[in-house]
Ligand binder design. Structure first.
Ligand SMILES: [Zn+2]
Length: 327
């Protein structure tokens, strides 16, 4: 039921769900997925939606029945992705603007929709998500291996291409108490054909009332050392940042890479210095570029010192990337 890529990386999760379906056991009402790969979590939720809605009930990853193919294209009415930028509705069902949190209005409207009966098994995926040009490189890296297997959810305008959409882990800030609490009853006693998924890094990032109503499935977190240089290269495609927003984005991404790859920020900064040295070597003829790169390398050196003297990592990196705008 899963592709080889997923099976290899997530053996426990694969065995768990394959056994569950083979033994025709019931799913839990709600699952909290934890780990450092939100796209794999998203893939799992969509695959489960396929198994539950497949017309032929074949546990075949290559099935292309109408339900399977709609779910692959992420256009099936049974699958709802709720994030600050997806399923944007007000309480009355009017389309709303993207936000930074999952709003109580979205929760209320979802509740309303779920009260109506459906012949499908509905799968509701709560996640954080990002979209935009600045996520393009990240999206390319993250979606490798999954491009032809699942799709990003449709945007506000259904025709919109969302190749730079990426799922991200939920936090207490994104799915806050107010929005979550308005859904607790629905999660607790859904009718038997609704399954909820919450995508997260860690149980501790989620509100207790959600955690206590979910079965937690821990995904294997892995350290693909091979792609650290690749991730940093992707990050530095936007180097030097041309706006404050881009500088802050780079700072945020650097912290994220450090967290996901379990590296210290100094190690990441070493890698960036190494990268810049390579660029410097290739540009020795160009005095202007050389000067900028040398200045950048020394700014990074200063930041490493600052980090040692307990300056907040976020502040240090925000400052560093903004300094690159002017070097
Ligand atoms: Zn099918």
């Amino acid at each position: 039921m899963f592709c080889d890529e997923f099976k290899q990386k997530q053996q426990f999760v694969t065995n768990y769900f394959e056994t569950l379906f083979q033994n025709k056991k019931h799913l839990a009402h709600a699952y909290l997925l934890t780990g450092n790969s939100p796209l794999e979590q998203y893939y799992l939720a969509l695959q489960i939606a396929r198994v539950l809605n497949c017309k032929d009930l074949v546990l075949n990853k290559d099935c292309n029945c109408i339900n399977c193919s709609w779910i692959k294209q992420n256009k099936h009415p049974a699958v709802i992705t709720v994030s600050p930028i997806d399923f944007l509705f007000t309480r009355e069902g009017v389309k709303a603007q993207p936000a930074t949190v999952i709003k109580i209005d979205q929760a209320q409207y979802l509740k309303k929709i779920l009260m109506s009966t459906s012949s499908y098994h509905r799968v509701i995926i709560f996640t954080n998500a990002r979209q935009g040009k600045e996520y393009h490189h990240n999206a390319q890296l993250m979606w490798q291996g999954y491009n032809d297997k699942i799709s990003s959810p449709s945007g506000i305008d259904d025709e919109e291409e969302r190749c730079d959409w990426i799922p991200a882990p939920l936090s207490r800030k994104i799915l806050n108490v107010e929005s979550a609490n308005s859904l607790l009853k629905t999660i607790e006693e859904p009718n038997s054909n609704i399954t909820f998924f919450f995508l997260s890094n860690n149980k501790d990032d989620m509100i207790d009332t959600i955690v206590s109503r979910c079965q937690t499935i821990q995904f294997a977190s892995y350290k693909p050392n091979m792609h650290i240089p690749q991730r940093i290269n992707a990050l530095l495609q936007n180097f030097p940042p041309s706006s404050t927003a881009q500088a802050l984005y780079l700072a945020e991404e650097t912290i994220k890479i450090a967290k996901e790859e379990s590296l210290s920020l100094s190690e990441i900064l070493d890698n960036i210095q190494h990268y810049l040295l390579q660029v410097l070597k290739a540009n020795t003829q160009n005095t202007l570029i050389s000067k900028r790169i040398i200045n950048s390398i020394s700014e990074i050196e200063k930041t490493k010192q600052n980090l040692k003297s307990y300056v907040s990592p976020q502040a240090a990196l925000d400052c560093l990337y903004q300094s690159f705008m002017h070097v």
